[in-house]
Design a protein around this ligand. Structure first.
Ligand SMILES: Cc1ncc(COP(=O)(O)O)c(C=O)c1O
Length: 381
């Protein structure tokens, strides 16, 4: 074995990579597969976005810049104004990213001093695994906060001693996996807390446009001071393969991140930025996509509740978070379902505390017909 960064040996494979392998093994074994695992829905990317990318592929190719084209930054600022009523300077307060995962992962590198006592990074548990992984690779100290029964994150209830050694607080609304949405009052309280303790507050809002009826607010509506938000086109516009998102917020942090990001040279390609500008400039396709997921959510929720399972009252993201039936925990129920070709995520893949045990995540990936077929296979178990 070559000598490696010991973190690579300590950490298991990235949880979502294990899911992809599980689904692939099922496919190779033949038989129907109902893949509700990875959050990568089957719906096509809208034609006008694909065309915008094609039209932007140049004859000669130059390196993209970390700041990205002015066009995409202006399209993002216009989106933020339309969607949340906030005014953002496209030159100093926005940075296009290659999706939101790399933005989450790289961010602690700019904010954490690995030698300092205040290098804790707080995030809710369960949550998206990249908060913890990015923290560890940056030399920070991850601190997962188990969510209570209503899945509402209340950072203002945290121990002041913990807050005193904290550099970054990640929040995620709408929340993967529970779908819980932070209201403006919770965002205000959390922001004030972070100002009081000089903590960088980062809101992962990549599901901001995935909701049934009531549009979730953004942290940007509360303030910009020591604040960053992260958005993505993966979910809003069905563009997971394009790798396109953005960071917006406090211009001091945007400047620092722009500097940091020149080191790995992580910047979306110009033709991806052109497609992104088209996508952020249009709201109709996002509304249409929302309708599709609302229909799938209603179908799967009715099914799960119909077979007696408890489902978190989510009206946002494209996940359903449900409790394993009596006699099972999350791992054993996921295994039972896998036997029928149904892939879901056991809660323990999304966190380390007791809050995840016994719960499972279902991503609304298959189309409506696929969801109906899955319900039949599930009902037969
Ligand atoms: C909460 C959350 N943040 C970030 C991401 C990363 O998304 P992407 O990198 O495709 O923008 C995901 C993906 O599922 C997620 O659930």
């Amino acid at each position: 074995m070559p000598r490696t960064n010991p973190l690579l040996e300590r950490l298991d494979a990235y949880p979502m990579a294990a899911l992809v392998s599980a689904a692939r093994r099922l496919r190779e074994a033949g038989g129907p597969v109902f893949d509700f695992g990875l959050g990568d829905p089957d719906e096509p990317t809208p034609a006008f976005i694909r065309q915008a990318l094609r039209d932007a592929v140049p004859e000669g190719s130059q390196y993209p810049t970390v700041r990205g084209s002015r066009d995409v930054r202006r399209a993002i600022a216009a989106y933020l104004e339309r969607r949340f009523g906030v005014t953002i300077d496209p030159d100093t307060q926005v940075l296009p990213t290659s999706g939101s995962k790399e933005a989450v992962f790289h961010l602690p590198l700019a904010a954490i001093d690995p030698a300092a006592p205040d290098r804790t990074v707080i995030f809710p548990d369960p949550s998206y695994p990249a908060y913890e992984r990015g923290t560890l690779f940056a030399g920070g100290q991850p601190h997962a906060v188990p969510l209570p029964a209503d899945w509402r994150f209340r950072p203002w209830e945290l121990d002041p001693a913990l807050l005193a050694r904290t550099r970054i607080l990640f929040i995620n609304s709408p929340h993967n996996p529970s779908g819980a949405v932070a209201g403006l009052e919770d965002l205000r309280r959390t922001h004030q807390l972070c100002l009081d303790h000089d903590i960088l507050l980062v809101a992962d809002e990549c599901y901001a446009d995935m909701y049934d009826h009531q549009a979730p607010p953004s942290l940007l509506e509360v303030g910009l001071d020591n604040v960053l938000v992260i958005h993505s086109l993966s979910k809003r516009s069905g563009m997971t393969g394009y790798r396109s998102g953005f960071l917006a917020g406090d211009p001091r942090w945007i400047q620092l991140l722009a500097e940091l990001r020149t080191n790995p040279g992580v910047a979306p390609q110009d033709f991806v930025n052109a497609a992104a500008a088209a996508a952020w400039s249009d709201d109709a396709h996002a509304a249409q996509r929302r309708g599709t997921f609302t229909a799938k959510r209603a179908l799967m929720r009715a099914f799960l509740e119909g077979i007696g399972l408890e489902v978190a009252p989510s009206q946002a993201t494209f996940y359903l978070w449900f409790r394993a039936p009596q006699g099972h925990d999350d791992a054993s129920y996921a295994e039972l379902l896998r036997g029928a070709g149904i892939v879901v995520v056991p809660g323990r893949m999304l966190g380390s505390t007791h809050a995840c045990r016994g719960w499972l995540r279902l991503a609304l990936v298959p189309d409506l017909a696929g969801c109906k077929a899955a319900c039949e296979a599930w009902a037969a178990i």
